[in-house]
Design a protein around this ligand. Structure first.
Ligand code: AQP
Length: 329
């Protein structure tokens, strides 16, 4: 039996090239090596308020984008998290074995709670729910961007703690990250990671941005006071543009140096914009086709849920039994 891969994206804001290069592109590449489950994590999204109609439409948009980006629904499951009740059920059981101090230390919790007037308990529990998502399917590999490394570490800690309290139950999941593109930075501020929730129209390139918008955003990207690319002294803005190009093109470091050394920033930006627009073109085309076929997406989400539900039910049955909870015989 193939081991499992699991990963997810929140249906919030506009999915951007950081999400694509950090996560989705890697999913597409490795999907056939595993039994693959890719999740639209809507229960994570509601840890911050989401307007209901907007959330509903973002769930469908994201599912279509997974498939448009190359996830093969005949092989891989595309699952909406809230359609499998066991995610929340396992999360509660794991909450009960997770020390509060572990959660309070999470940097994403600290960063996000600073931006809120009042914080829901869900925001603190976010990484426990993420651990439940992964452990529910006994996933061996979790392909994510660099910002999720700490949550993955916590997931392993929770699994270890559960195993030591109740006996060997969970597989220890490994993190898989791309060598280039694991942390794409904001175009307007290359000291901050590209993020869906960041304000400002020049911050990120969305997967559905038309070519002229992509060009405009990249031409306005922050660079530094050098006139041209110098691999020894370049600032983080230029480094970010080069790594976006490299992640899309899959060029080697030697190819990158040979091609870009000494290139003026205006030309560099034109070439990066072209690479991004050309790479996203086929994804945008497939997205149009998928969303114009009534019922197609719904059918995939239903079939996927039916495929993974027995796996989730089996894990919860085992966890309940290990913890001494009541199960109807
Ligand atoms: N800038 C990034 N570079 C590389 N990978 C990234 N990911 C996110 N931002 C970058 C990866 O995308 C996957 C899904 O992200 P998510 O929506 O679940 O979580 P997120 O980190 O909260 O995404 P955003 O865009 O930053 O949203 P907000 O603004 O809500 O915080 C994950 O694998 C993540 O690592």
């Amino acid at each position: 039996m193939k081991s499992r891969v699991f990963s997810g994206v929140q249906p919030t804001g506009n999915i951007h090239i950081g999400n694509y290069l950090g996560a989705l592109k890697n999913w597409v590449k490795i999907q056939y090596d595993y039994e693959s489950i890719f999740c639209i994590v809507d229960l994570h999204a509601i840890t911050l308020y989401q307007e209901p109609a907007e959330l509903r439409s973002k769930i469908a948009e994201l599912a279509a984008l997974f498939i448009a980006a190359g996830i093969d629904p005949k092989h891989s499951s595309v699952v909406v998290q809230s359609s499998i009740a066991e995610h929340a059920e396992l999360a509660w059981m794991l909450t009960c074995v997770t020390p509060l101090g572990w959660l309070e230390r999470m940097t994403q919790f600290k960063a996000k709670s600073e931006t809120q007037e009042s914080i829901g308990d869900g925001l603190l529990q976010y990484p426990v729910l993420m651990a439940a998502d992964i452990l529910l399917y006994n996933a061996a590999i979790v392909p994510v961007g660099d910002d999720q490394a700490q949550h993955l570490e916590l997931c392993r800690d929770i699994a270890l703690r559960f195993n030591s309290l109740y006996g060997e139950t969970f597989v220890m999941p490994k993190t898989s990250m791309p060598t280039v593109g694991a942390r794409v930075m904001g175009l307007d501020d290359p000291t901050k990671k590209m993020s869906k929730s960041a304000q400002g129209s020049g911050h990120s390139v969305a997967l559905l941005d038309p070519p002229d918008v992509i060009r405009k955003k990249i031409m306005r990207a922050t660079t530094d006071s050098n006139p041209a690319v110098d691999f020894e002294t370049m600032g983080s803005g230029v480094e970010n543009l080069l790594s976006i190009f490299q992640a899309f093109s899959e060029w080697t470091p030697d190819q990158m140096r040979a091609h870009f050394s000494g290139m003026r920033y205006g030309d560099l930006k034109k070439q990066v914009a072209e690479m991004v627009a050309v790479s996203l073109g086929p994804i945008q085309q497939r997205y149009k086709e998928i969303t114009s076929e009534p019922g197609y997406l719904n059918g995939i989400l239903r079939e996927s849920a039916e495929r993974v539900r027995p796996m989730a039910q089996e894990t919860v049955r085992m966890v309940k039994q290990r913890m001494g909870l009541y199960t109807i015989s």
